[in-house]
Design a protein around this ligand. Structure first.
Ligand code: NDP
Length: 491
């Protein structure tokens, strides 16, 4: 199913990218690369030590201080970013295949997300010439003439730590603003999914971006991740991952007064009003919950259904889930591939069993995979209650918890009654119902009558236990820039 060239690339791509050189970890430690569609080991990656992370940060710090990079003309910077976008576009097929092999992502989803990554790079490439300060009118009571203005300067070395679910796209979300602002990056991908990020390292070199601007330290969170967060020369940590780890990262980063942005987990609510167009709303709601086998932070995993259409929606949703094809990620007909690991499969199955024990009614889609091993989970519809664990915690698998409601007020209260605040979805044909609900939901974004994919100029991020800070859009640039004031007294 996978091309020989892709398999060969994974076999050979075990090194760290430090200051432009591909090197092995100093202590020779490695981690296995597992194909989630078969459970077989297909390669290994270096497991970076604290010493390796230090070398990567030193490289990144050297380039961050080099004015040839930090003060590069905006024309040149934009051209380099477009060159990288072109290189990614030329290699899109290979990147998608690697993502599919390493993560189990259905190939169609992987191809689409690589194309979105190209769009993100091109969008950010428009920003270097538009980063501006402001002039500030000053008039002191003691008189005199003063002129004040601000400049925006790159913060220096950024450390980014990312999860396994969509590694290439999230890596681009961290790298693009680094390139646009003149910072440098030390990137730690998940130990479960580093391959597409390692390929990105090659493409960055091919596009002519200077050595040391992007450094990649594969390895574990406990060693490489912590070393990066604690390093005194790292100015900011851009973290995407679980809330538990994000909180630990923020605590550690506080010791060296680093900036932190946290893109964390979610338990996103979908509110389906009786006025919705069910022919479009049910497939959209299902897609939001099951995309990438439910392994997206914005998965609409809680579905609140107005009671008078509840039975009909459950029937439609179950039929939809049963028709989804669970299968090999390289088969273009596959809707749901395997989940990332045996551990994740067990975790999802434990949530489902505990819901059953708590009295939930389950409707499961058929799992028609040909694989004997591999980490497959069928899409599951759970008729749950608000207090059940499955309806409260992030499952990160193809599971949707359905709960009825009567009045709009009740739906809003149920949706807000959760620690997370990442995303929400509202389905209705009534404009005032849509707007009233959208304005009262405590989340980073509300999608009405559809669940379209991320868009480069639309900020992504949450509130409450889903974190703070934004990827994508102009808001994301703020995290990479310092404001300097110059105040001139006329003499
Ligand atoms: P984790 O929090 O387990 O891991 C995320 C990253 O943190 C990994 O690279 C991990 O390393 C690293 N890490 C683990 N421990 C530490 C530590 N002590 N110090 C520093 N780094 C550490 O999340 P998952 O990888 O399991 O990803 C799933 C989670 O990510 C879900 O909660 C999901 O919602 C969230 N997510 C959020 C998104 C958003 O934009 N809001 C987008 C996508 C996912 P390693 O795994 O290599 O040990």
């Amino acid at each position: 199913m996978y091309s020989d060239a892709t398999i060969q690339m994974v076999r050979e791509s075990g090194c760290l990218l430090i200051d432009g050189a591909w090197v092995e970890s100093k202590d020779g430690a490695t981690l296995p690369v597992i194909n989630p569609a078969s459970g077989a080991q297909i390669g290994q990656i270096s497991s970076a030590s604290a010493e390796d992370v230090d070398a990567a940060v030193q490289g990144a710090a050297r380039v961050a201080k080099d004015e040839a990079w930090s003060r590069m003309s905006s024309e040149r910077r934009e051209a380099l970013m477009h060159a990288l976008a072109d290189t990614v576009e030329r290699n899109a097929g290979r990147i998608a295949e690697i993502e599919s092999l390493d993560v189990g992502m259905p190939i169609g989803v992987a191809q689409f997300l690589v194309s979105l990554s190209v769009s993100s790079l091109r969008y950010m490439a428009g920003w270097p010439s538009k980063i501006e300060g402001r002039t500030i009118p000053v008039s002191y009571p003691f008189g005199g003439e003063h002129f004040a203005f601000t400049t925006r300067e790159p913060i220096g070395v950024v450390g980014a730590i990312i999860p396994w679910n969509v590694p290439f796209m999230i890596a681009i979300w961290k790298l693009a603003p680094v390139l646009a602002t003149g910072c440098t990056l030390v990137l730690k991908p998940s130990e479960e999914a580093s391959q597409s990020v390692l390929l990105l390292g090659r493409l960055v070199k091919e596009a002519g971006i200077p050595d040391g601007v992007l450094n990649i330290v594969t390895g574990t969170g406990a060693v490489a991740g912590e070393a990066l967060v604690r390093h005194p020369h790292v100015a900011k940590i851009g973290f995407t991952g679980s809330t538990v780890t994000g909180r630990a990262v923020a605590r550690m980063a506080g010791e060296t007064t680093k900036r932190v942005s946290l893109e964390l987990g979610g338990k996103s609510a979908q509110i389906l009003f009786a006025s919705a167009d069910l022919d479009t709303a049910v497939p959209e709601a299902a897609n939001s919950a099951f995309l990438n086998t439910g392994q997206t932070c914005v998965a609409g995993s809680r579905l609140y259904i107005q009671r008078r259409i509840y039975d009909e929606v459950i029937e439609r949703l179950t039929r939809h889930a049963s028709n989804l094809r669970v299968g090999h990620p390289m088969d273009p007909a596959t809707n749901l591939g395997p989940v990332i690991s045996a551990k994740q499969k067990r975790r999802i199955e434990d949530y489902i069993s505990s819901a059953r024990e708590q009295g939930a009614v389950l409707h499961a889609g058929r799992s028609n995979t040909a694989e004997d091993c591999g980490f497959y989970v069928a899409p599951t519809v759970v008729e749950a209650r608000q207090e059940m664990t499955i309806a409260r915690e992030e499952v990160f698998g193809p599971v949707i918890s359905a709960i009825p409601f009567d009045e709009p007020e009740q739906a809003i209260a149920l949706a807000n009654d959760n620690p997370y605040g990442l995303s929400a979805y509202v389905y209705t044909q009534n404009l005032s119902e849509a707007l009233t609900t959208a304005t009262r939901l405590q989340v980073g974004r509300v999608l009405v009558n559809g669940a379209p994919p991320p868009y480069p100029s639309i900020p992504e991020g949450g509130r409450k236990a889903s974190g703070y800070g934004r990827d994508q859009g102009p808001e994301s640039l703020e995290g990479y820039l310092d404001t300097k004031v110059v105040l001139v007294t006329a003499r």
